[in-house]
Write a protein that binds this ligand. Structure first.
Ligand code: C5P
Length: 287
């Protein structure tokens, strides 16, 4: 059984304040991309985990933790599984690769082992694994709120073309949030104007409108930690990107392009400035 585990970008990411538990209260429009890791799951005795990146072959990997967490919630002990992870999404990039792998393992093993946990139960396990994991159980585009545990899908059919570029240095999510000076969060059920603006932009299907509606509150702390990001953004704009946004907490940047050709040319040209570049499209549901 082979399943893709797609990357994500945050088209908007507003931090609404710091919570008493140390996490930040967020509101974000998240979008899955066609760039994806691939998980292959087969029968085995016990849990066997391998990866195209040997450095990831540890019990600490979020995909393994997801499998073990699900096992612990099985009414009868499942037979095992052999999980192979083919990595395409870079790490410490803000593209959600590890979270997506974990969500794909939860959803796939739930079927594979015939456990039949409801989506709500799976989502609760996902939230225990990491803030971005619940988003990947749904999608392909959603507004997330809270720490990331509230996921409300957004239906649109805009297949945006993007170029992604990551500097050699990665960023740790915890480090970026630690640099953010956020006031205490106040409970609010009101949606932010930036969220509504992005949903409207996605419905226009116009890349220029989407590009000028991008916002990410984590850019200030991430750019302070990694000043080369400012130069990187400039280079991407010179390559024809209509707008450039930091992917989550970084360190990858995402450029919104007018079309696939511009994205492909940019990805090629940017290899002089970045060790990793890629093109991708927004995943959209079939019409
Ligand atoms: O939940 P996850 O393990 O992905 O979060 C990594 C770190 O990012 C947390 O330890 C926390 O410092 C920070 N974070 C936050 N607010 C969020 C999500 C993450 O402060 N909503």
């Amino acid at each position: 059984m082979q399943v893709p585990a797609p990357a994500k970008i945050n088209l908007t990411l507003r931090v609404r304040g710091k919570r008493p538990d140390g996490y930040h209260e967020l509101e974000s429009v998240m979008q899955m991309l066609t760039l994806a890791d691939t998980l292959t799951i087969a029968d085995a005795d016990g849990l066997v985990f391998t990866s195209s990146d040997p450095a990831l072959q540890t019990e600490a990997n979020l995909a393994v933790r997801a499998a073990r967490l699900l096992m612990a919630h099985c009414p009868t002990p499942p037979r095992g599984a052999k999980i192979h992870l083919e990595k395409a999404i870079p790490m410490r990039a803000g593209l959600g690769g590890g979270s997506s792998d974990a969500a794909a393992v939860l959803a796939t093993l739930n079927e594979f082992w015939n456990i039949r946990l409801t989506l709500d139960r799976l989502a609760a396990l996902a939230a225990q694994l990491g803030s971005d994991v619940p988003f990947f159980l749904d999608g392909p585009c959603s507004v997330i709120r809270g720490r990331g545990e509230t996921v409300v899908p957004v239906l649109h059919h805009t297949a945006g073309h993007v170029v992604l570029a990551k500097p050699a240095a990665g960023l740790s999510t915890a480090d970026v949030y630690a640099r953010l000076h956020a006031e205490p969060a106040h409970a609010s059920s009101e949606h932010l104007p930036e969220t509504a603006a992005m949903i409207a932009a996605l419905h226009t299907g116009d890349a220029t409108v989407i590009a000028r509606t991008l916002v990410n509150d984590l850019e200030a702390p991430a750019f302070a930690l990694l000043p080369e990001l400012a130069r990187g953004r400039q280079r991407m704009l010179e390559e024809g990107c209509l707008g450039v946004i930091l992917c989550g907490s970084g360190s990858a940047l995402c450029g919104i392009c007018p079309d696939a050709t511009t994205a492909a040319h940019a990805a090629l040209d940017l290899t002089n400035d970045f060790p990793w570049t890629a093109t991708a499209r927004f995943i959209v549901p079939p019409l």
